[in-house]
Design a binder for this molecule. Structure first.
Ligand code: PLP
Length: 427
């Protein structure tokens, strides 16, 4: 055990989630690798927490950050700064939202909080629709709408939340249905729910649930939901905190898998855009964004140092087609892991999209989630030099794989081999 772990227990909250029995202390990284305080090297298959989007210590980002630090780190968002306006322009254009306005925050939680503030103000309703098994952050309102018992019960939310079916397909009353019937059942459930409630402000949903174990509905669900919402003027908030920036391979944003839906009314982002720098934000049509009359700033949102990182990171990821790489390398990795999973009775499903891959573990011969096996696989993979993640709340039986999008085929094969060995050792 590191002395840092002993010291941390004296100063940090008990509920701080730490992976591993002997928690890791990471000291540096390069490309898709990180090193711990003992000098051990790991292949990073979790990319921070889907935060290291391009690569660790990417020279282009490091250079932009150090040059910006040499000029000015922060001058308060009471003044304009060029990197903020330029990044806002690029995100507005990429979002697909017409007449889009961008507001920067410092985290995904704060982005969702802002989206909830906008939607409830715009629609004059404190009723929110959220998905079962969702996760939207840890502030008072974001945690309060989160549909995962790992968090929600601890909070008495100021918002009234109704939970909708559809975000998770692996279990539940509609799990046995075909894609089309599943969508039809979820839409019927939504219509029925709306018949029993005051008009909600918005539906908030992750296109692919992240903390919820990388589970997604069939393509098209949100397009059909959108029809129902639009009939009633209810806004659609897409929480793209995990699914944005090309991570899902096929699309730049997760919502695009639902094609016909068109862009959401409000889109929230964070994680990967800063390559580890704290950037979050909200994109919304002008009439929604401008419905607040508060003279408001986020002290650190949009500050020069993070915006410089975001611009350099976004430029790199677009110029190097990392979305295409996520599709190609993610496809190979998924195929390889599915072949391994087919041989192991404890692997229930290998799922996801692009470089967002979930491996759900069950007790062999049953359909019972196996969080102990997942924890053991994490430990075994670490011993083998591979870092992976797992789901949160009631999804800790799902291994989560989300490396930086620059992952090479050789690294994908190396990581898959270590993970295969870990899975076999544990089973
Ligand atoms: N939304 C989603 C979908 C997330 O996965 C997360 C974090 O995991 C958040 C919001 C909260 O983001 P942050 O931890 O940056 O506050």
């Amino acid at each position: 055990m590191s002395d840092l772990y002993d010291r941390h227990k004296a100063v940090l909250p008990e509920w701080l989630a730490l992976y591993y029995k002997d928690p890791l202390e990471i000291t540096h990284g390069e490309g898709r690798h990180v090193w711990d305080a003992h000098g051990k090297k790991y292949l990073d298959f979790f990319g921070g927490i889907l935060t290291t989007m391009t690569a660790h210590a990417l020279p282009e980002v490091t250079k932009a950050v150090s040059e910006q630090a040499g000029r000015i780190i922060h001058s308060s968002t009471l003044y304009l700064n060029r990197p903020m306006v330029e990044l806002a322009e690029r995100i507005a254009q990429l979002s697909g939202i017409p007449d889009a306005r961008v507001f920067f925050t410092t985290s995904g939680t704060e982005a969702n909080d802002t989206a909830l503030l906008l939607a409830t103000t715009y629609r004059r309703s404190n009723q929110i629709l959220a998905m079962r098994n969702s996760y939207h952050g840890r502030s008072f309102s974001a945690i309060g709408i989160t549909g995962n018992r790992g968090w929600s019960p601890t909070s008495l939310s100021p918002l009234q939340t109704l939970y909708v079916h559809g975000g998770v397909r692996t279990r539940g009353p509609f799990a046995h249905l075909s894609d089309a019937d599943f969508i039809a059942a979820c839409v019927e459930d939504l219509r029925d729910l709306l018949g029993h409630t005051r008009p909600p402000a918005a539906l908030i949903a992750e296109p692919i649930q992240g903390v919820g174990g990388f589970t997604s509905p069939p393509d098209g669900l949100y397009a059909d939901f959108r029809d129902v919402l639009q009939e009633r003027g209810i806004l659609w908030i897409a929480d793209e905190v995990q699914t944005g920036w090309g991570r899902t391979g096929d699309n730049f944003w997760g919502w695009q898998a639902h094609g016909r839906s068109g862009p959401p009314d409000i889109l929230t982002f964070a994680k990967g855009i800063g390559n580890g720098m704290s950037i979050g934000g909200v994109v919304a049509r002008a009439e929604i964004m401008n419905c607040l009359d508060a003279n408001s700033i986020s002290t650190f949102g949009g500050t020069q140092i993070t915006m410089a990182a975001g611009l350099a990171n976004l430029t790199y990821l677009l110029e190097h087609d990392l979305q295409g790489n996520a599709r190609r390398v993610g496809g190979l990795l998924m195929e390889r892991l599915r072949a391994v999973g087919a041989q192991l009775p404890g692997v229930r499903e290998v799922r996801g999209r692009g470089l967002m891959i979930g491996v759900e573990l069950v007790r062999p011969g049953t359909d019972e989630a196996d969080p102990d096996a997942a924890a053991a696989v994490l430990e075994a993979a670490r011993d083998g030099g591979l870092l992976i993640g797992k789901g949160g709340g009631h999804n800790t039986s799902v291994l989560r794989i989300a490396p930086p999008l620059s992952l090479t085929v050789a690294e994908a094969e190396e990581g898959a081999a270590i993970l295969e060995q870990a899975l076999r050792d544990v089973q």
